[in-house]
Design a protein. Structure first.
Length: 225
């Protein structure tokens, strides 16, 4: 289930390059994440070869309901750490966050429906929080039990530990991906990794894409049973 790695960004880079080379179609649908580990992964990926970015269609797996230039915006992180560094990409479709939230959800629902029922998601990048959440699917949130047709939903952390209202892909959308790659780094994730290995019902444990890879460094494995 878990692949121990010393260098999570390097392992992620290798996984993306390998998936790109093995893509079944002419294009490559890549769903991206946020957070400090994602930033490190994307900065290394941007400096590497092996990917023709002009055939990559990039999307976002979850987003805070903040302006797109806000410091907490995942779209901003993705642009700064990856897309602005690689030059022209095929397309980038971030989650809309301006205007009524219901309209933002409906807009990205249409985007994801076209993708999932069309070429499909080649790779989705995910992290895991100390509470076991992934994307913005939080423990105890009703979004964990989304109907199969609900690919995008609005949500908030019921525990109040993660700020901002959010938009998130649901498990039906995530699990439709050909490959899900988790990157988990640092001692703050050790308890969640241990719970995952014990078989606890964490949101992240409900991800079952076509193939799911867990890239976990030593500090995050420190409490592993």
């Amino acid at each position: 289930m878990i692949t121990p790695v010393d260098d999570v960004p390097r392992a992620f880079r290798d996984a993306v390059v390998e998936a790109f080379a093995a893509r079944p179609g002419p294009r490559f649908a890549l769903v991206l994440s946020g957070g400090p580990t994602a930033r490190a992964c994307y900065e290394l990926l941007a400096a590497s070869g092996g990917i023709d970015w002009t055939v990559v269609d990039a999307y976002v797996g979850d987003e805070r309901v903040v302006p797109p230039d806000d410091v907490d915006s995942n779209a901003r992180l993705i642009r700064e750490s990856l897309l602005d560094r690689v030059g022209a990409v095929g397309s980038f479709t971030p989650m809309p966050t301006e205007g009524p939230v219901a309209e933002c959800v409906a807009s990205y629902q249409r985007t994801m429906s076209d993708l999932v029922t069309g070429p499909g998601i080649d790779l989705i990048h995910l992290g895991m929080g100390p509470d076991g959440h992934t994307a913005s699917l939080f423990p105890g949130a009703p979004t964990l039990d989304a109907d199969p047709g609900d690919l995008v939903l609005a949500t908030e952390d019921p525990a109040g530990n993660n700020p901002h209202p959010r938009l998130t892909l649901t498990l039906p959308a995530i699990n439709s991906a050909r490959l899900a790659v988790f990157t988990v780094a640092g001692a703050s994730k050790a308890a969640a990794v241990a719970a995952l290995l014990r078989g606890d019902d964490l949101p992240a444990a409900r991800v079952h894409a076509g193939h799911t890879a867990w890239l976990v460094d030593g500090p995050a494995r420190a409490d592993a049973p």
